[in-house]
Design a protein. Structure first.
Length: 315
């Protein structure tokens, strides 16, 4: 027996040494030559991306170090624009509003979407029809949604508040600098919930039924199953929804324009609105510096997303 084992071991070592065994396969695949056809398919996208995004972005960053107004002559001013950004109350207000609005909206969207997903994956009637209805807001233009809700907040809701004797509803929420952000959060969440809902439904459907059957046999309640089984198993989907949602809400523009146009005053002006308004107002270089800072923030968030989702290949 020992002679046979020794012989087999020697043959295995020889096979591995010659590169014909399983251990050598990864090395062979690693050095495999990439077919030129793949580069041919990659080239058009790479060229278009470079011309449409990379080159304009590089030009914009270059002009952020100048005093350009978008046309005409310009001169280098170094870091003057960047230094001024950190002492500009309007810029700081836009960042404060955007990040506060994004955090509140992310929480609202994910809580609502997760609860809806749990309901729409349970044993209820008309699940398919209800899923279709809840997804409708996602396919409607944000600016159209904003104008519809603008009418509701400015006319219908005050009329209801007056008839019901609710003083704080008698005036438009959009005209109140302390409450206008709530209206923006509600409308943004109304449109954003369907996207997160679909991701959560995909995650919940992927959870094996055997897990819940075993929990039922152990006497676990529905609440315990939700907290101890469902949430841990869909944690990766929660992370993706939170990160993607936060990145998307940082770019809020169309709904805010349709609801408040950044008002009252500048209380609901987002970073994107501030940048675009500055472009139209002749502050091209200054707002390009603002856009560059915002770009770096987006990169940082993307790196966080990458680190949090790395290894979650099951998604």
């Amino acid at each position: 027996m020992s002679i046979i084992a020794t012989s087999q071991t020697s043959e295995d070592q020889e096979t591995l040494g010659n590169g014909r065994g399983p251990a050598a396969a990864p090395r062979q695949r690693k050095g495999k030559r990439v077919e030129p056809i793949f580069y041919l398919f990659l080239l058009p996208s790479l060229v278009l991306f470079t011309l449409a995004i990379t080159v304009p972005g590089a030009i914009g960053i270059f002009f952020s170090f100048t005093d350009s107004i978008g046309i005409g002559d310009w001169e280098f001013v170094g870091l003057t624009n960047y230094i001024a950004l950190f002492s500009d109350p309007a810029i700081l207000q836009s960042y404060l509003f955007t990040f506060g609005f994004s955090i509140v909206t992310v929480i609202a969207v994910n809580v609502i979407a997760f609860l809806l997903a749990v309901g729409l994956t349970s044993r209820i009637r008309m699940k398919s029809a209800l899923r279709t209805i809840f997804v409708i807001p996602m396919v409607v233009s944000g600016i159209i949604i904003a104008y519809v809700f603008n009418f509701l907040f400015s006319n219908s809701l005050p009329a209801f508040g007056a008839s019901a004797g609710i003083p704080w509803l008698e005036g438009s929420l959009l005209a109140n600098p302390d409450l206008a952000w709530i209206a923006i959060v509600l409308v943004t969440a109304w449109q954003a919930v369907p996207g997160s809902l679909l991701i959560y439904i995909a995650g919940l459907v992927a959870v094996p039924e055997d897990v819940y059957e075993a929990a039922d046999l152990d006497g676990a309640s529905k609440t315990q199953q939700l907290l101890k089984i469902t949430l841990p198993l869909v944690a990766g989907y929660v992370v993706i929804n939170v990160i993607l949602g936060f990145k998307g809400f940082l770019n809020a523009y169309d709904i805010i324009v349709g609801l408040t146009n950044g008002g009252p005053g500048t209380s609901t002006r987002s970073i994107a609105m501030t940048v675009i308004t500055g472009f139209n107002g002749g502050d091209y270089a200054y707002q390009m510096a603002n856009a560059t800072i915002f770009f770096l923030v987006a990169i940082a968030i993307s790196l966080v997303q990458l680190s949090l989702t790395r290894g979650r290949n099951a998604l």
